[in-house]
Design a protein around this ligand. Structure first.
Ligand SMILES: NC(=O)c1ccc[n+]([C@@H]2O[C@H](COP(=O)([O-])OP(=O)(O)OC[C@H]3O[C@@H](n4cnc5c(N)ncnc54)[C@H](OP(=O)(O)O)[C@@H]3O)[C@@H](O)[C@H]2O)c1
Length: 287
């Protein structure tokens, strides 16, 4: 039967509405997000719930995770599991993996987002804090990736999003260990993207410039950077677009993208010195 004009429009409208979901295939999949209690992680949780994915929300602050879980169940009708876990505590990431597996939860989408930064002059840097940062930003991310990647490959289906940073592309004065940890995330993700492409699995690094979240204050970064910060929804939008295009990595923001392009042509010594000016303390900026 040939559809009437009205019917055709309705069908097209429905298809347009469903378009992004059909392309991303996230409906009814389980998505594990680390660092879901705040900032970019919470924004990812809302975006993937909108795509119809069920969520495993992981972070330390349980109350926040619970209220996000209730919000997403109510607004999108998705299933949620909350795990209040300190990923830096001995054996906790391994225990999380084991518990989820015992509960029969199959992770189809992994978002390695939990992380923190620290702005500090080298002579005042606390080595134990650096150790913790590298553990969370690098080791926990690699552990979770290797825990879930084989299952995804055997099912020929899966997505891993590793949150890196624009800082991954160059040395950054006052945040040298943080930038280096994100260089690891970028390199690690791009290599896995190449190894797994064409096998139903997509690994992607997300590299935002400064984003307006608790991160800036927790890292003790110069407060003036908040004025040029991206919105967390910009990160989500760019991520969804990167997933559709099967990108190995994406840079979020127009200025960060231009800077990343220019990075290719400038000596790293110059980039390091330029970063010193960009990251200078607020007091110096006022002089
Ligand atoms: N904001 C930026 O300017 C920016 C720019 C580029 C990249 N990034 C990256 O984006 C990611 C998310 O950062 P954000 O800006 O959203 O920061 P945020 O608002 O501070 O969120 C960080 C998240 O990580 C969780 N977390 C921290 N330590 C944890 C631990 N030991 N165990 C479990 N969870 C832990 C926090 O939850 P609890 O405190 O409840 O545990 C929180 O949910 C990080 O990897 C960061 O490096 C941020």
């Amino acid at each position: 039967m040939v559809p009437s004009c009205g019917q055709t429009n309705l069908t097209l409208q429905t298809l347009c509405k469903l378009g992004p979901r059909l392309m991303t295939h996230f409906e009814n999949k389980w998505c594990l997000i680390t660092g879901a209690s705040a900032g970019i992680g919470a924004a990812y949780a809302r975006a993937f719930a909108e795509e119809g994915a069920n969520l495993i929300l992981v972070a330390r602050r349980e109350e926040r995770l619970n209220s996000l879980a209730v919000e997403l169940q109510t607004s999108h009708g998705v299933k949620t599991v909350v795990r209040a876990v300190d990923l830096l505590a001995d054996g906790q990431p391994q225990q999380l993996i084991e518990e989820l597996s015992n509960e029969g939860l199959q992770v189809d989408i992994l978002i390695n987002n939990a992380g923190f930064g620290m702005w500090s002059r080298c002579e005042h840097t606390n080595p134990n804090q650096v150790d913790n940062m590298l553990q969370l930003n690098i080791n926990v991310l690699a552990l979770l990736t290797y825990a879930y990647l084989p299952g995804m490959l055997s099912r020929k289906s899966g997505t891993i999003i590793n949150v890196a940073s624009r800082a991954a592309f160059q040395p950054v004065v006052y945040m040298p260990a943080y930038a280096a940890s994100k260089a690891f995330v970028l390199s690690f993700s791009e290599a896995l993207w190449a190894e797994t492409r064409g096998r139903g699995v997509h690994v992607m690094a997300v590299c935002p410039g400064v984003v307006n979240t608790e991160f800036i204050e927790l890292a003790d970064m110069p407060t003036r950077l908040s004025s040029i910060a991206l919105n967390r929804d910009d990160v989500v939008k760019a991520t969804m677009s990167g997933l559709r295009r099967k990108r190995p990595s994406i840079v979020v923001g127009i200025i960060p993208s231009i800077l990343t392009f220019l990075n290719r042509f400038l000596p790293r010594t110059l980039l390091a010195r330029m970063s010193m000016n960009f990251m200078r303390p607020d007091a110096d900026a006022e002089e």
